[in-house]
Ligand binder design. Structure first.
Ligand SMILES: Cc1cc2nc3c(=O)[nH]c(=O)nc-3n(C[C@H](O)[C@H](O)[C@H](O)COP(=O)(O)O)c2cc1C
Length: 305
């Protein structure tokens, strides 16, 4: 029997291991459950929910790029009411911490979504998406404004007793300023990072490949950026960090933990290998055994500069 302790603490949240599935890449859990045993992973983050259902952007919404992908889904989702009625019953069958990601166009909408969802016992925590680059209202407008991020954190916190994680945008020059605002406004943790703004054009038609023109870049291409953002936050602000961005294997998980992440989320990888989470867990355990690490969380913030 392995003696490795894979459990991690993210502020008030305790997870059995650091592997979570990122918002927008596993739907409401149903799309991945046949490939990955949800009872084994650390946590699942649902697709961004808005108060009312959203159709999202017209196609083309996804395009492949070297070392990653661009997406401009536009936060298509079933809305809070349908989520509670139709999606939660499936997720309730699993023993996995459920983190609901919320997106909105106004501060009031963030608050209303949180207020409604907080009454549902099976929701463990909220991840507030202030950083989606693919929507006209909300999204980057909020993610680029420290005062707005502080206000959203404070208001959302005031209507819920559940932990609040703020998902930050990398499309800013000084991400730790945003993490500081989250901490000072009562936020429990930050997720870093959301996608980077990118585009791609067809050289023959001279038209954008994505209907929205811009999309959010994810995948291995963004990993160095994400690592730098996590490290910056870790150095400047004492707040738990969930690392996201281009994680493809167990080595990437360790790298994110070294620069300061307490836990991580897998995103684009779920589209390439939907069974990856389970495999990475086994490999993390092997890594710990090979290097005499008894508690994986000791790796967090262990960088040497
Ligand atoms: C197709 C797609 C849809 C996404 N939808 C959301 C979303 O609804 N809400 C959100 O906060 N992030 C969303 N993201 C961002 C991911 O959660 C993650 O932050 C990003 O993809 C970086 O991680 P990765 O490089 O491992 O994919 C989406 C990403 C992709 C690829």
């Amino acid at each position: 029997m392995s003696k490795v302790d894979l459990s991690v603490q993210v502020g008030p949240l305790k997870f059995r291991n650091p592997i979570m599935l990122a918002s927008g890449t596993v739907g409401y859990g149903n799309e991945i459950a046949e490939f990955t045993d949800l009872n084994k992973i650390g946590g699942i983050v649902t697709k961004s929910l808005s108060l009312k259902p959203r159709k999202g952007n017209p196609p083309q919404r996804i395009v492949e790029t070297p070392s990653g992908m661009l997406n401009a889904i536009g936060l298509a989702n079933v809305g809070v009411e349908q989520f509670l009625k139709e999606k939660i019953p499936f997720l309730k069958k699993y023993d996995v911490p459920l983190i609901c990601n919320i997106a909105a166009s106004t501060v009031e909408e963030y608050v209303e979504c949180t207020r409604i969802l907080t009454q549902e016992d099976s929701i463990t925590a909220f991840e507030i998406n202030v950083s989606c680059p693919n929507v006209k209202e909300g999204g980057l407008q909020f993610g680029n404004d420290v005062a707005a991020v502080a206000k959203i954190t404070e208001k959302v916190k005031s209507v819920s007793t559940k932990p609040i994680i703020i998902k930050l945008s990398p499309n800013v020059s000084y991400i730790s300023g945003f993490a500081k605002a989250v901490k000072e406004s009562g936020g429990d943790a930050v997720s870093a990072i959301n996608t980077l703004v990118g585009t791609s054009f067809n050289i023959f038609t001279k038209k954008p490949k994505i209907h929205n023109v811009n999309g959010g870049l994810s995948g291995p291409a963004i990993k160095p950026v994400a690592l730098a953002k996590v490290l910056e936050i870790r150095k400047e602000v004492d707040i738990p960090i969930i690392g996201i961005g281009g994680i493809m294997d167990w080595k990437d998980v360790i790298e994110f933990m070294i620069v300061g992440a307490s836990a991580i989320q897998l995103g684009t990888l779920n589209f390439i290998n939907p069974s990856a989470a389970g495999q990475i867990l086994t490999e993390l355990e092997n890594y710990c055994n090979n290097f005499g690490i008894t508690k994986l969380s000791d790796v967090t913030g262990s960088y040497i500069i």
